[in-house]
Design a protein around this ligand. Structure first.
Ligand SMILES: Cc1cc2nc3c(=O)[nH]c(=O)nc-3n(C[C@H](O)[C@H](O)[C@H](O)COP(=O)(O)OP(=O)(O)OC[C@H]3O[C@@H](n4cnc5c(N)ncnc54)[C@H](O)[C@@H]3O)c2cc1C
Length: 81
């Protein structure tokens, strides 16, 4: 099983998750490859609209850049000419 990377997020997890390996055939409306911010946010949006969604993640949810980033949110106003 894939281990989580050594990060702040791993160190402060409230609850670890361990989902089963994909096996067999499944019927869903949308398959999302990758359980980072992008995939999980898309899955939530679609599920809230009533679609049956599957996320296929090769490691663990949040294993990629999502689980390693600095958490900085910057705002900026730009003027385009
Ligand atoms: C060190 C670092 C610091 C950062 N700091 C900031 C910051 O401070 N502020 C900010 O806004 N952004 C930051 N970012 C950027 C931000 O983290 C990323 O833009 C964002 O997490 C991308 O999310 P994602 O879901 O698109 O990709 P990811 O989180 O990378 O998710 C992609 C997932 O897809 C999975 N995957 C890939 N290929 C397959 C496959 N074939 N089958 C199954 N699964 C697959 C991967 O395992 C991974 O879990 C940082 C990034 C890094 C690396």
């Amino acid at each position: 099983m894939t281990q989580r990377c050594n990060s702040y997020y791993t160190a402060t997890l409230n609850q670890d998750t361990d989902y089963p390996t994909l096996q067999g055939r499944h019927r869903v409306d949308v398959v999302i490859i990758g359980g980072g911010f992008t995939g999980v946010a898309t899955a939530v949006e679609l599920a809230e609209k009533g679609l049956k969604v599957a996320i296929v993640e090769s490691h663990k949810i949040g294993w990629g850049a999502t689980g390693r980033n600095g958490g900085q949110v910057l705002s900026a106003q730009r003027e385009f000419c």
